[in-house]
Design a protein around this ligand. Structure first.
Ligand code: PLP
Length: 394
């Protein structure tokens, strides 16, 4: 006999894709319209203007049908040429993956290696830039919020390192799990290409991504020689919408219009950040409580870099995080994120971004604690009380 299907809602505590608000789902269910019609162009223009406000930029945004990887690739092929060097600042799996993509595209990759529990050391970044007297590094790639390790890397410090060295490299920032959840300021922080995706803080389905592009980057684009076609920004600028080489995924824009309304009008962007911070602190309070009795602990060891959109939790030595995740999923219908790359089986991740409130986070934490009890994972019981205390005090 097969196991009965679980009843009730699945608690989705993955760090992306994330829960989609009902009103966004309904907005996405829009009938097909002509994407060259003025009615749609009005919606499209409003969405691009809203995206720019969330990115905190007044510069150019290009959009693609494709997940975050598409925007990663677009940023590389539009700015670089074969043999150019990029400097990858290590923070975990996604920083490494962006570098691997660059390598596959024929770009030389130099890395500032880091302890993944602390993230890249800014002194090492400054040293790497200062040592590059021949200015071979053409771009520095930083993941603002490393979803694999639950770590926020301070982009302004990277900008400051570039400025201190008087280094002309472009600054590329991945905002895939930070945009619409953590404060990000493209223009103020001097970011030249900001890569974002639809399925996390923007609370949309997966499948659309974009790049905010500075004037300096647009200039660099003109001399970039890597092959490109669908992602070619110059070709896009010649299209009526100044983006999208092919068919425009219209339904995303009705969804985006609604998610921007929720973020900007119903809640307010600064309140969105405050909510993420409040919920994140509750998650960390629970994990820190559990960590007694050789329990699981926060993977990130740098409190100044704790991520407010995802918490990676390191399992006690010898215990498999995926076994715990299976108990949470199969018995209690709670979906948690798994460890990525070398952290596979060693960490699980609690996503706390997007359309989320206190009852959802408390339900998630209580269920993680329940799963730990059932799976025999040592911990100090009562993490949920620590989370409640944190939320009550917030
Ligand atoms: N960068 C970060 C920080 C991510 O979290 C992810 C996905 O989770 C990606 C890049 C890759 O994006 P996608 O899975 O949408 O292609």
């Amino acid at each position: 006999q097969t196991a009965p299907k679980p009843r009730g809602r699945q608690f989705f505590a993955n760090p992306g894709p994330t829960n989609i608000p009902d009103s966004v789902l309904l907005a996405c269910a829009h009938q097909t319209v002509d994407f060259n019609d003025s009615n749609f162009i009005e919606v499209y223009d409003a969405c691009v203007a809203g995206l720019k406000r969330v990115l905190k930029t007044e510069q150019t945004v290009f959009l693609y049908t494709g997940s975050g990887h598409a925007a990663w690739e677009a940023s590389l092929v539009n700015l670089l040429s074969t043999g150019d060097t990029v400097l990858i600042l290590e923070s975990g799996h996604f920083s490494i993956s962006w570098g691997k993509m660059a390598q596959d595209l024929g770009i030389e990759v130099q890395s500032v290696a880091a302890d993944w529990r602390r993230g890249v050391d800014m002194a090492a970044v400054r040293a790497a830039l200062a040592a590059d007297t021949a200015r071979t590094i053409k771009a520095v790639c930083v993941v603002h919020n490393e979803t694999a390790t639950g770590m926020m890397i301070p982009v302004p410090e990277v900008r400051a390192a570039l400025d201190a060295a008087g280094h002309p490299a472009l600054l590329l920032a991945d905002t895939i799990s930070s945009l619409g959840s953590l404060d990000f300021r493209m223009d103020e922080w001097g970011v030249d290409a900001a890569v974002g995706g639809s399925q996390k803080g923007l609370m949309l389905p997966t499948g659309m991504s974009f790049t905010g592009v500075s004037a300096k980057a647009l200039e660099a684009h003109k001399s970039s020689k890597l092959p490109k076609h669908y992602f070619h920004w110059t070709n896009m600028l010649q299209r009526p919408l100044k983006s999208f080489l092919g068919t425009v995924p219209v339904s995303f824009f009705y969804g985006l219009q609604e998610s921007l309304r929720l973020i900007e009008q119903e809640e307010g962007l600064e309140n969105v950040f405050a909510r993420h911070s409040r919920l994140a602190r509750a998650v960390r309070a629970a994990v820190q409580h559990w960590s007694g009795n050789n329990g699981p602990q926060l993977f990130c060891l740098n409190p100044g870099r704790y991520s407010d959109s995802v918490t990676a939790v390191l399992m006690p030595e010898g215990l498999n995080a995926d076994a715990l995740r299976q108990v949470a999923l199969k018995r209690f219908n709670l979906s948690l994120g798994g460890g990525l790359g070398p952290l596979g089986g060693k960490v699980f991740r609690i996503g706390h971004l997007g359309d989320l409130n206190e009852p959802m986070i408390l339900g998630t934490l209580a269920t993680v604690e329940l799963a730990m009890q059932v799976a025999g994972v040592p911990h100090t019981p009562g993490g949920i009380a620590a989370a409640i205390a944190s939320l009550a005090a917030a």
